[in-house]
Structures are given as C-alpha cells and as structure tokens.
Design a protein around this ligand. Structure first.
Ligand SMILES: CSCCC(=O)C(=O)COP(=O)(O)O
Ligand SMILES: [Zn+2]
Length: 204
C-alpha cells in the first residue's frame, strides 16, 4: 500500500488506543475506507496496539470478500455494514474498554441515554448538553452474521449515530475520517466513565 495517508493515521490511532489500554490482549479491531468499494481492516488475533501498515487487509465493502485470502478481523461484517449504511463513514474503531464492557451490562435497555454532559458536544452535530443522545445497545452474539442482520434492521428503522455498544463486549464507533472517529471514541469513552461513576454514586 503506497502513500495512503489515512492508513498512517489509522495505525497511529491504533497505537494511541493500545497506550490507553482500550484494546487489551488481542481485543478490538480498526478499519479505514479506501474508496467506495474497499476498506482496509486489521488482521484477526493481533495486538492492536502494535499494528503496522502491513497488518491491514483489503476487504470488499459490499461482500466482505478478501481478495488476498488473508484473515481480517472476526468482526469484519460489522465494519463493512457500517461502510454500507453510511457512505460518509471513513473509519471505524472497535474497542474493549472496562467502562463500555461494564456499563453495557449494567444498562438493561436497548440504548444508553447520555444527557446533561458538556462533552456530548464532542459528537458531530451536538451543540448542547441539554440533548439526549442515545447510543444503541445490542446483545452480544458470537454469530457475526446474526449481529449484522440485527443492527442492519435497527438502522433501517431508526437513527444509528456515532456508534453502538455490544453488551459485555465493547464499543464500535465511526467518523467521517480517522480524526473524527478518534474524537467520537474519546468523547464516548469519557461519557461512559462519567455515566458509570454517576450510577455508582447515585446508587449509594
Ligand atoms: C480476545 S477478543 C475476542 C474477539 C473480539 O471481540 C475482538 O474484538 C478481536 O477480534 P479480531 O478477530 O479482530 O482480532
Ligand atoms: Zn470485539
């Protein structure tokens, strides 16, 4: 892959995620859109905090077909779904943080509602803390095709913005480019930590 700046930006984002401890062991996966037809996805089973350009594999967005025959993320179907649903999405980041893992189990509903936080304004288009921002929450599933179908039906019925949580698993979020995906990840992670602490304190 010659001179594709977004891939360098994605590799830097992966190192940042690793340094934050947001992709422990081999958890997490990351991708960037190459063009309308292809994306580049992290190889399955690697430590995502120490990926290099060579650890990204070309995947066809329409079919999840891998021309090279290499093995991209086990969660490839979720990335290609996002690129199909949102033609403006340029990068997808999936992390396994303690906050997203625990909060997605504590919250029993099908969305985590964020309201009253100034940091909601880190999310594209949000201009006030007054709004309620729902982050969709789906049951985790080992059958990625089943998960893709569930999320796809959801997105056809109602807005699916910024990212979604998989219960007991983690966050998948996206942005127009790597920079916006990073901002959404950092903003949401901050909001999850606040929400978890608020719930802990208010329960006492
Ligand atoms: C040990 S993490 C379990 C798989 C997972 O949820 C994940 O994010 C990493 O899978 P990949 O195939 O992308 O390495
Ligand atoms: Zn995962």
């Amino acid at each position: 892959m010659i001179d594709f700046l977004p891939l360098d930006q994605l590799v830097a984002a992966c190192h940042w995620i690793g340094a934050k401890g947001w992709a422990p062991a081999t958890g997490g996966n990351m991708s960037v859109r190459q063009d309308a037809r292809y994306c580049l996805l992290s190889e399955s089973g690697k430590d995502k905090g120490s990926l290099t350009r060579d650890d990204f594999i070309q995947v066809e967005i329409a079919t999840s077909h891998v021309p090279s025959g290499r093995k991209p993320s086990a969660e490839t179907g979720l990335h290609t779904l996002i690129y199909r649903l949102f033609p403006e999405a340029g990068a997808v980041l999936h992390t396994h943080t303690v906050n997203s893992t625990v909060l997605s189990r504590v919250e029993k509903g099908n969305a985590l509602l964020l309201s009253g936080y100034e940091m909601q304004k880190t999310l594209a288009g949000q201009q006030t803390h007054i709004n309620t921002v729902p982050i969709a929450l789906f049951e985790n599933h080992q059958d990625i095709a089943a998960l893709v179908s569930r999320i796809e039906s959801y997105a056809r019925e109602q807005p699916l913005n910024y990212g979604f949580l998989l219960r007991g698993h983690g966050l998948t979020c996206w942005g127009r480019d790597v920079s916006e995906a990073r901002r959404h990840l950092e903003g949401l992670e901050f909001l999850f930590e606040c929400e978890l602490q608020r719930r802990l304190l208010e329960a006492k």
